[in-house]
Design a binder for this molecule. Structure first.
Ligand code: NAD
Length: 497
């Protein structure tokens, strides 16, 4: 394990400069330069070039899918115990190269190194271990059938699984897909986001070192339009697991319908509300968590609690406490060990988020934050920002901003709060703060969301399913439910009488 706690900032920058980064794709167990012109990847941390990323073509996607097609059955036939051993070995190798994975993830995405070392990388490792351990516990059924027969229902792998993932949690979300898919006996062709492909490419090398047979995990890099769309319309891909925007989700549904009806799991966008009732016991604790829910990961979280609805008697006090709590999410050099927040994914995305702040300022007010910063020579940094005074119908309340920008809004009654929270096209998450047990159950039951957190925000774990209602998509990541995306029940009926 390589988790030396004695790094100062200059040390992380020095280690970053010394990294040798390979941006080539990974197909059939080998690095591959891609058939199209490579793309220069710059780090949002400092705007400096990180790597030349391979751009795969549709033909390269065919090669990767063919490799997966050849290898999935032998991988499945190795049996669950063997698959478990390989995935456990992968987790051990991720521990060995822990700091390199964390540094790659920070440089590629702008996340603070503190976060990648405490959340992203350990989270990904724990998920690989969890599905490794689950591999040999996927039991079938022996349903009741008439005398003279026995029927077995087994959970069969689907074959070739494509995964298309976004840039906000590049390693973790990739692992949410590939760990259960591989554990169940599928082969995977994964397309990372073009902004953040480096940690997953490293992961594929570690998987090969762990003993994963060539072709069972392939990483095709490049643009969504070329590589992602080629996977979506591919006739030889059995299932497609996606996390990303609702807009791209629609194109994937259409592509599945127009090709081979491949099974889809879609984790799309969100606009989640945090309901703070006046009977919340510890308002300061609620404000601390609310700041986390809105500003963590620079607010680039699909389940970000970016609508904060507060009951009127505690509204003013809560706003003050939230401002204090938000200080912990001030942007800093992401490679400084104590950095609260880091950079957004790019300067261009920061422009888009800043435009929302401008709109909020025009139509309402900025209660705190709003400033853009240049740090380490990059202008992809934004202060945590709270908007207020905006009508509940305003786009700020309805649209995903995907940056460190939240909106505060008062409410009077429980009914009003639930109606406000449910008035979006999304249904990914919601949080409720109250010390009244009856209210907690009542409100949680009425909120249309895949996860409702009570007296916390954004609760998530390997053991609990994560996914959405409404236009936040369907299918679930994490927990045993994720196996439903990557397996199908098969009935074997044996007549003996
Ligand atoms: P995006 O939809 O633009 O891209 C996601 C992935 O899809 C990328 O790999 C991209 O290259 C690919 N892609 C783009 N166009 C494509 C196409 N036409 N065909 C196939 N693939 C294509 O999303 P993003 O900007 O990378 O990420 C932000 C979005 O992801 C937000 O909407 C956020 O809410 C969502 N997200 C959802 C979850 C969840 O679990 N529900 C988690 C994280 C992020």
């Amino acid at each position: 394990m390589n988790r030396d706690p004695h790094h100062d900032t200059s040390d992380w920058h020095r280690r970053a400069a010394a990294l040798s980064i390979d941006g080539r794709a990974f197909i059939a167990g080998r690095r591959f330069a891609g058939s199209e012109a490579p793309r220069a990847i710059t780090s949002p941390v400092n705007g400096e070039m990180l790597a030349e990323l391979a751009s795969c073509s549709a033909d390269d996607v065919d090669t990767a899918v063919a490799a997966a097609r050849r290898t999935w059955m032998p991988w499945a036939r190795r049996g669950a115990l063997a698959r478990k051993a390989v995935l456990l070995a992968l987790a051990d190798l991720m521990e060995r190269d822990f700091d390199e994975l964390a540094l790659l993830e920070s440089l590629d995405s702008g996340k603070p190194i503190r976060q990648t070392r405490t959340v992203d990388v350990p989270g990904a490792i724990s998920t690989v271990r969890w599905y490794a351990e689950a591999a040999d516990k996927l039991h079938g059924e022996l349903p009741a059938v008439p005398p003279g027969a026995v029927a077995m229902v087994t959970k069969e792998p689907l074959g070739v699984v494509a995964a298309i993932v976004p840039w906000n949690f590049p390693l973790e979300i990739a692992v949410w897909k590939l760990a259960p898919a591989l554990a169940a006996g599928n082969a995977v062709v994964l397309k990372p986001a073009e902004q953040t492909s480096l940690s997953v490419l490293k992961l594929a090398e570690l998987a090969a070192e762990a003993g994963l047979p060539d072709g069972v995990l392939n990483i095709v890099t490049g643009s969504g339009r070329e590589v992602g769309a080629a996977l979506a319309r591919h006739m030889d891909v059995d299932a497609l697991a996606f996390t990303g925007s609702t807009a791209v989700s629609r194109t994937l549904l259409a592509a599945s319908g127009a090709s081979n009806l491949k099974r889809l799991g879609l984790e799309a966008g969100g606009k989640s509300s945090n309901l703070v009732f006046a009977d919340t016991g510890d308002l300061a604790a609620a404000a601390g968590k609310a700041a986390f829910g809105a500003f963590y990961n620079q607010g680039q979280v699909c389940s970000a609690n970016s609508r904060i609805l507060v009951q009127r008697p505690v509204y003013e006090e809560f706003a003050t406490l939230l401002q204090q709590a938000a200080e912990a999410f001030a942007p800093e050099d992401p490679l400084a060990d104590a950095a609260g927040n880091g950079a957004l994914i790019s300067s261009a995305h920061t422009d888009d988020v800043a435009a929302w702040i401008t709109r909020g300022r025009q139509d309402g007010e900025v209660l705190f934050g709003g400033g853009r910063k240049t740090i380490c020579g990059s202008d992809a940094y934004l202060e945590p920002t709270l908007l207020a005074g905006l009508a509940a119908e305003h786009d700020v309340h309805r649209d995903e901003i995907f940056g460190p920008v939240a909106v505060l809004h008062p409410f009077d009654t429980e009914t009003e709060a639930v109606a406000l929270a449910n008035a979006t096209d999304y249904g990914l998450a919601a949080s409720v703060w109250t010390s009244d047990l009856r209210r907690a159950h009542r409100v949680a039951g009425e909120l249309v969301a895949g996860t409702v957190s009570v007296n916390t925000v954004d609760a998530l774990g390997n053991t609990t399913p994560f996914g959405g209602f409404k236009q936040s998509g369907f299918g679930r990541d994490l927990s045993l439910h994720a196996f439903d995306n990557y397996t199908a029940p098969k009935t074997t009926w044996i007549q003996f009488g």
